[in-house]
Design a binder for this molecule. Sequence first.
Ligand code: PLP
Length: 358
Amino acid sequence: MRPAIAYIHLDHLRYNYQVLASQADGAYMIAVVKADAYGHGLRWVAPVLWQEGCRYFAVTDAEEGMRLRDILTPQRSANILLLSGIFDEEDARYCVDAQLIPALTHEQQIAWLKAHHFAGGIWIKVNTGMHRLDADSPEKLLQCCDEASIQVIGIMSHLACADTPDHPLNVHQHDHFFTMYQRLLPTAQASLLNSAGLISPTGKHYDYVRTGIALYGSEPVVQKKLGLKPVMQLTGKVIQIHTLNPGDAISYGATFVAERPMQLAIVTLGYADGLPRALSNCGHAYCKGHYYPMVGRVCMDYCQLDCTNTPLAVGDCVEFWGGHLLADDIAMKLDTISYTLFTGVGERVHRQVVVSTQ
Ligand SMILES: Cc1ncc(COP(=O)(O)O)c(C=O)c1O
């Protein structure tokens, strides 16, 4: 087996869930587990969250919903919400077969559900300032639901700038949501906050909060860190050590040339595994108390570490992100977000569950 492994620390997931639940001011948690639980492995993440008390899960579409229903077969009462709604009639059939709860944004979706005699409930998703996938006309959508006898159980919207707590759009979105909720569905359930919104709320929590990234240990609000624990630890193994002479070049493009005798470790993790190529000549890896600079370009299957000052040996396991190198810090350095790092971890990286570190 190629030793490229993402260790998934389930005890950290449990810890993060409880920390977030304690912040929720009585609101129920919807665990956002789309994109294979943000790359962490839905089949481990969802049952653990269920054990921690989570009863509402959100994925993006019906295929993810079917998969989750399968994983949670013993937990029949798990609620599975589809944040992107349904895309065609087949999705509507999946909703019926697997008791999925779509968040709807246009009338055509109601026709698809009706064609399959959908008897469950739906949410509607409204625009409060983000201008992404939302109902153009919530009034028309609600009227259609009424005519089709489809039960509307909730209204939701999504915050665009919750990770910047003093951004004026937060107050605007809160106000706008409150007005729409009062006007359209004052007796329905409501949900506005994502992880950052929960950690630094500008207004009401409503009935449900939809937490994604914070469950996995990223701190969505830099100004208000909660001490969340990283769930994913991405690692590779040293498989070769080279001795380089001054003038020797490393990897594609010869972008790094040794100026002195060097020890170079070749490690089994590359950009096809999700290690960003942008870390070439500027990233680090961690092993046994030391940080090693990445030298030369990150390749598809490998990267190279300078281990001249502190030796590495064949067989050493090195961390690329996890408890010693925070994905948030790496993301900031690369002008991206930890979401892209986690979801970018390739399928060929083995996920290995760690149940307890004690
Ligand atoms: C509609 C919706 N709600 C909630 C979330 C969870 O957001 P976060 O991961 O920032 O908590 C997302 C994530 O993209 C989303 O699209």
